[in-house]
Design a binder for this molecule. Structure first.
Ligand SMILES: Nc1ccnc(=O)[nH]1
Length: 478
């Protein structure tokens, strides 16, 4: 009887819209969903203004049309392969992404990348809030400040509701995004001679590499939270289906947005840079259509701003729980943590000047140097060294096998960050060896492979005793 009622409660709990779990293991009884939801989340989420502007950069900074499109696609594919391998850990381990890091860095050691993750996502959200807040202000005829606050309030609500609502949002965002993009592509192409744009075709290696880096770093920045959104899928779900749903969703969505950016920048020339939003809105020749586009811009920013809020709230929980041996989070603290994270990005958005935002974007890209080695260590350890076996209870207890600080993992990580520095080309940081690659930033390639190879080659120095198969928490119904 008691087991019946607890099962009943559980199924009711899992069907509720408000999520109660955070960084804890998702038991089999609560697993649900289909890999297709991964496609709609990553496809719909990427159909948005920041991806358009990022794609346009390839042309604004001097690239041609044809090779920019190809370079962006190549970078999309490389970044999405890495990202999709992280996504697969969700259903297999039933855990969000960053807590898995404790297996390689130790329960306390994982705080090092976690703090950086929080900063990165607060930053991404801040820049998204500025754009969406302005679009919302035009849409509702309110001030920019009110637009940003209102947008942030919407993000708090969705992030608190959690997993199920986020996936529903992904589905709606896919539909709204496809309609908006079909219209934008059609109005651009009907008014221009596509063949003349396609003649803008002159290969230059530096510009090609720039396009590859723009899109691959776009994708890699999702890695610290991909499994957060796949962790409720059934444990035995088909690996290839999850992989290809995430992969095709994120590649197709981002490539559509970035291609629109490339074509718009090529047509508009200097009229585009600095006036991206008003140029896109100007494509709607009537007042009503302009309002529809403002709506699409605002709506398009909701998905990832929510993901950033949810991901940073989950990371904050992982930091706090590491020191408190705590596995679950009360509903009150859940709301508190989400509000803290969203308020931080809203304040940055409110204080930011347009020029500040540009520097801030450079800073966020610079932060990527800290995630590339994190990703390389996480994937090499999980797929090649641990053979996908993780002692899940030990991730929650610093006295168990993963310990407090794993000096081996942390050491390789620090090395991975350092080997990238000479190859970073960012307005905030000029590496000393970038001349070898004609001033291009290929630090992410060197950082990822250099770290993975080193971690693998030296793994005998690692003192951890690894489990033979994955160990699940005792009271879970797995
Ligand atoms: N490329 C991105 C990764 C993560 N968050 C974002 O807003 N954007």
């Amino acid at each position: 009887m008691s087991s019946l009622s607890s099962t009943e409660e559980q199924s009711k709990g899992s069907a509720r819209l408000t999520e109660s779990r955070s960084i804890d293991y998702i038991p089999d009884g609560e697993r649900h969903g289909h890999p297709f939801s991964q496609f709609t989340l990553w496809f719909g989420g990427n159909l948005q203004i920041t991806a358009i502007v990022t794609g346009a950069l390839a042309v604004v900074l001097g690239g041609d049309v044809v090779w920019s499109l190809i370079g962006l696609l190549v970078g999309q594919i490389i970044g999405a392969v890495v990202m999709s391998f992280h996504a697969l850990q969700g259903p297999r381990l039933g855990l969000p992404q960053m807590i898995i890091t404790r297996a390689q860095f130790g329960v306390y050691g994982a705080v090092i990348p976690l703090v950086l993750v929080c900063i990165m996502y607060i930053g991404f959200s801040a820049s998204g809030t500025v754009l969406a807040g302005q679009a919302m202000a035009r849409l509702l005829s309110i001030s920019d400040v009110s637009g940003m606050i209102l947008f942030s309030a919407i993000i708090v609500v969705i992030a608190v509701l959690g997993y199920r609502v986020i996936h529903k949002l992904g589905k709606v965002a896919s539909i709204v995004g496809v309609l908006a993009f079909a219209w934008l592509f059609a109005s651009l192409l009907l008014n221009t001679d596509l063949s003349s744009i396609m003649q803008n075709n002159h290969f230059s290696l530096p510009m090609f590499l720039l396009a590859v880096s723009l899109s691959s770093s776009w994708q890699i920045a999702f890695c610290p939270y991909v499994s957060d959104y796949s962790r409720y899928l059934p444990r035995g779900v088909s690996g290839p289906k999850v992989f290809f749903s995430v992969f095709s969703g994120t590649v197709l969505g981002t490539q559509a947005s970035m291609s629109l950016g490339v074509i718009t920048a090529a047509i508009a020339g200097s009229a585009f840079s600095g006036h991206e939003v008003s140029y896109i809105v100007g494509l709607g020749k009537t007042e009503t259509m302009a309002m529809v586009i403002y709506f699409a811009i605002c709506f398009g920013k909701i998905t990832f701003t929510t993901l950033n809020a949810y991901g940073s709230f989950m990371s904050l929980t992982t930091i706090v729980s590491g020191f408190r041996k705590q596995v679950t989070l009360s509903q009150k603290n859940r709301v508190l943590f989400v509000v803290l994270m969203v308020a931080a990005s809203c304040v940055i958005a409110l204080l930011s000047e347009p020029a500040f935002l540009k520097h801030f974007t450079h800073f966020l890209l610079f932060l990527l140097a800290f995630f590339v080695p994190w990703s390389a260590i996480g994937l090499t350890d999980y797929y090649l060294i641990s053979s996908r076996a993780v002692d899940i209870p030990a991730l929650f207890d610093a006295d168990k096998r993963y310990g407090r600080w794993n000096l081996f993992g942390i050491g390789v990580y620090v090395f991975g960050v350092l080997i990238q520095l000479p190859f970073i080309e960012n307005p905030l940081f000029h590496g000393s060896l970038t001349w070898i690659f004609d001033g291009n930033d290929v630090s992410w390639i060197i950082g990822w492979f250099g770290t993975a190879i080193l971690y693998y080659a030296l793994h005998r120095l690692d003192k951890r005793v690894l489990p033979k198969t994955t160990l699940y928490p005792e009271h879970s119904d797995q």
